[in-house]
Write a protein that binds this ligand. Structure first.
Ligand SMILES: Nc1ncnc2c1ncn2[C@@H]1O[C@H](COP(=O)(O)OP(=O)(O)OP(=O)(O)O)[C@@H](O)[C@H]1O
Length: 224
């Protein structure tokens, strides 16, 4: 469950800024829910996802993720536990440049101290499904943009997190790959994962009708 009530946040210090990056944002997504996150460039989509990924804390308002209230007083240990259950596909992928593709994808499983044989098996199965079976020992720099994006998606889903946040996860993919990724994300919601996908891909939104959060100038102008 994700629940935000009048959440406000901004980049940098409050003084001297014309407006908040995110202003008075309220919405809720039940566990297993799917939401598109839409809005023009600069509307605040990435900022909202970063907030939900706990890369920053709200300036005001209440934010509840998976039953934990995110307040300035929340314990670091609680935040750390929560972070392990929330995955993000960043727009710029954020792969570890010195690790192979397999090790990048295996990272969340190793953080969970999973058995090495199990890690190898899960990573290999997922990468093969993503069409990256032959690239497992390559480094990110040797991959195309689309291959890097698919690696970032694999890393986000491999540990079966409770929440997946994806920031334009299909912008480097061709249509067939984008459809495959969306189908997978929708299937994960059927298994109880909450998914929010920011996108400018109107065709994909039309193909997968779902409720959408519409942001404009940092304000939520629609939740339907
Ligand atoms: N690091 C930063 N420092 C200061 N302001 C920033 C920073 N990153 C983004 N902003 C500002 O915050 C606002 C929201 O940006 P954000 O990246 O969240 O929008 P977006 O909707 O994701 O845009 P896009 O669709 O282009 O990715 C914009 O006004 C942007 O200029």
């Amino acid at each position: 469950m994700i629940r935000l009530e009048k959440v406000t946040w901004q980049h940098g210090p409050s003084a001297g800024r014309e407006r908040e990056t995110l202003a008075n944002i309220s919405f809720a997504v039940p566990q297993g829910g799917f939401r598109w996150l839409l809005g023009p460039s600069g509307a605040g989509k990435s900022s909202l996802l970063r907030l939900l990924h706990l890369e920053a804390l709200p300036r005001s308002g209440t934010c509840e993720l998976l039953g934990t209230s995110i307040t300035p007083h929340v314990k670091r240990s609680a935040l750390a536990r929560l972070r392990q259950r929330i995955s993000m596909v960043h727009q710029d992928y954020r792969l570890m440049p010195t690790l192979s593709i397999a090790d990048n994808v295996g990272l969340p499983l190793r953080l969970q101290k999973r058995d090495e044989d199990e890690v190898a098996q899960e990573v290999s199965t997922l990468l093969t499904w993503m069409g990256l079976g032959a690239r497992q020992s390559s480094c990110p720099a040797e991959l195309s943009g689309g291959e890097q994006q698919r690696t970032a998606i694999a890393r986000a889903v491999v540990s079966r997190p409770a929440i997946i946040l994806a920031d334009e996860p299909t912008n480097a993919l061709d249509e067939a790959q984008a459809v495959r990724v969306l189908t997978m994300l929708r299937e994960l919601t059927a298994m109880g994962t909450t998914v929010i996908v920011a996108t400018h891909n109107d065709a994909l939104v039309r193909r997968y009708p779902a409720p959408a959060l519409h942001l404009e100038h940092g304000k939520l102008i629609g939740d339907e």
